[in-house]
Design a protein around this ligand. Structure first.
Ligand SMILES: [Cu+2]
Length: 122
């Protein structure tokens, strides 16, 4: 009887662990909002939007944003109105460089506002 109880407990633990793993594996696939931390940011395009579309940077440090070659059309025109950033990047070597001086959460967008994302300045 005691052995059976232990077996059941072990079984419950294994199932619990397995479901946790399952949840963890589930998350990345739904993660189109992956956060890219750091001052060197590379953005590409996924599902008609910037990817990743949350950027975390530190204030008062130079930020370099590269739009890789999957980013096309007006998405190459990159704007963060609240930080005074507005630049059209011709290609992946033409980086968007700025130094955010105010902290906060701001929106970035292409020139027509189809592609959007969030930049968090800490
Ligand atoms: Cu656009």
């Amino acid at each position: 009887m005691k052995n059976l109880t232990i077996l059941i407990l072990v079984f419950i633990l294994i199932m619990g662990g397995a479901s946790l793993l399952w949840i963890n594996e589930k998350n990345p696939s739904s993660n189109t909002n992956l956060t890219n931390s750091g001052q060197e940011v590379v953005l590409s395009m996924k599902n008609y939007n910037y990817y990743p579309n949350i950027i975390e940077v530190e204030a008062d440090k130079r930020v370099s944003i590269t739009l890789d070659n999957s980013v096309r059309g007006c998405y190459r025109s990159f704007n963060i109105p609240e930080l005074g950033v507005s630049k059209t990047s011709a290609n992946s070597d033409d980086k968007i460089i700025f130094t955010p001086t105010k902290k906060g959460t701001f929106r970035f967008a292409c020139s027509m506002g189809m592609g959007t994302g969030t930049i968090i300045v800490k």
